[in-house]
Design a protein around this ligand. Structure first.
Ligand code: ADP
Ligand code: MG
Length: 472
């Protein structure tokens, strides 16, 4: 806790953090919190997802604003409804016993309810740009007294085409507020927003390579494209209690892979931009509860998913930009825990791999996929654990039946038959496809190669505003 104290936070805040189980500040918190408490400058902060950026802005805001002043004192813009809820929840958990009211607002829910709550007096509003603009137009959200404006996940808001909305919202805010901008990546258009709307600002960042290597073990497998599903099956089966996100580059691949996995009897689900907000929330809830173990997702859809304790992040294909790679693997190894990031690299993706490594200054370790023998051993170990638990649970349910069977046949044969009855083909070597012995050699590259790394991909996306479900 000493390290938190040194940042200048009050006793009141420290005791909240203690209760929340925070032991020491993350690097971005060490850099950002004192600056914001000081309050002289605006701040642009860049660090990977999961490094605690919310607390960087939330703690100083909570320390500095008046309690229950009945006017909005801070506005936080987020790209999605999910994130708005998440950030509001995090702020509520950080505020302790302060009399400060936080409200999240977003599209897709009745606006009247939000208007009513706003009338009752709210201190901090967190929301998506579309709904905030809507509420401004109806004069339910008056921002002329705010002291803080925060753009959270600014790069994603940019990708979703929210730039104009953000500018329009900011026009209705006082000039002398403190403005903060947080982002996992810092493409040029974001810096332009900072230049235009911010006063004298300080840029703080935490180096990517450092964070990546600290908590995420990065592995890659050389594999032919056609073997990727079989390879994925092996990884899932070789892991006790697999719980992970599998990333694909297109909606079509996501749908197809989720379907294949479901056919193979895995508890899998697809998540991408065409999935309605309602469905999305159901899926995420099931994923959190581990009813869904494999979430197959596109980059945009996976943004803002805050699920801790994932066993794996898998790049079914390498992403189209090195920054996205960092985003993806940032889904695991969160808040000090160790995670595994696995990348499938087909021959045509080799160059992209070196590019990702070079830009992110990271190194992926090559490994061999688990062999069928390994998988079966690991499954047996898992089954033994379950059986042990059942025996220790002293269930008497089938004792009579067991005695009856044992009177008729030798014990080894009875157990073996019962295993066969309950496991069916689960430990059958033949349920695993042999992977191609050789990795195909890549043909010489032509200039038209579609896999050529594209540095400006994110910018290109930004110029083509995408409609998103949160925006009504
Ligand atoms: P980001 O915005 O950088 O993606 P978040 O603010 O969402 O990250 O934080 C990710 C998770 O880490 C949250 O569950 C948060 O409560 C937790 N967290 C933040 N700071 C700390 C800390 N200093 N120690 C432990 N956990 C933390
Ligand atoms: Mg965040």
């Amino acid at each position: 806790m000493e390290e938190f104290k040194k940042l200048g936070l009050s006793k009141r805040t420290i005791s909240v953090l203690e209760k929340k189980g925070f032991k020491k500040p993350t690097s971005i918190q060490v850099k950002g919190i004192p600056l914001l408490l000081d309050g002289k400058k605006d701040v642009v902060g860049q660090s990977q997802t999961g490094t605690g950026k919310t607390a960087v802005f939330a703690l100083p805001i909570l320390e500095r604003i008046k309690e229950h002043s009945k006017t909005i004192q801070a506005i936080i813009l987020t790209p999605t409804r999910e994130l708005a809820i998440q950030v509001a929840t995090e702020i509520n958990s950080l505020k302790g016993d302060r009399n400060i009211k936080v409200l999240s607002v977003y599209g897709g829910t009745p606006i009247e309810v939000q208007r009513q709550k706003l009338r009752a007096g709210i201190d901090i509003v967190v929301g998506t740009p579309g709904r905030i603009m809507d509420l401004q137009r109806r004069r339910s959200l008056i921002l002329d007294k705010i002291q803080y404006a925060v753009l959270d996940e600014a790069d994603e808001m940019l990708n979703m085409g929210f730039v104009d909305d953000i500018e329009s919202i900011l026009q209705h805010t006082p000039k002398d507020k403190t403005m903060l901008l947080f982002s996992a990546t810092m493409p040029k258009p974001i810096l332009r927003i900072a230049e235009r709307y911010m006063r004298d600002y300080e840029f703080i960042e935490v180096e990517q390579a450092q964070i990546i290597t600290n908590t995420v073990k990065q592995i890659y497998y050389d594999i032919n494209s056609r073997d990727k599903i079989a390879g994925l099956k092996r990884i899932i089966d070789a892991t006790v209690d697999f719980h992970g996100i599998v990333f694909c580059n297109t909606k079509a691949t996501v749908d197809n892979l989720a379907l294949q996995l479901t056919k193979l009897k895995y508890q899998a689900s697809a998540l991408h931009g065409d999935i309605t907000q309602g469905q999305r929330e159901k899926i995420l809830q099931q994923f959190r509860k581990r009813t869904i173990k494999v979430l197959v997702a596109t980059d945009v859809a996976a943004r803002g998913i805050d699920v801790n304790d994932l066993t794996h992040v898998i790049n079914f294909s390498l992403p189209q930009s090195p920054e996205l790679y960092v985003h993806r693997i940032g889904r695991t190894g969160r808040a000090g825990k160790t995670g595994i990031a696995i990348t499938f690299v087909s021959p045509s993706e080799r160059r992209m791999l070196s590019y990702v490594e070079r830009v992110n200054k990271c190194k992926l370790i090559k490994q061999e996929l688990p062999s069928i023998k390994d998988i079966i051993e690991s499954k047996k170990a898992e089954i033994k654990i379950i059986i042990k638990k059942i025996i220790e649970g002293n269930s008497t349910k089938y004792l009579e039946f067991a005695e009856e069977l044992l009177k008729e046949y030798p014990p080894t044969e009875v157990v073996s038959a019962v295993l066969k009855y309950s496991l069916k083909d689960e430990l059958d070597v033949n349920s695993y496809k042999d992977l191609s012995a050789a990795i195909e050699i890549q043909k010489p590259r032509r200039r038209s190669d579609r896999n050529r790394p594209q540095r400006n991909n994110r910018h290109r996306d930004a110029r083509r505003p995408r409609r998103n479900n949160n925006r009504r």
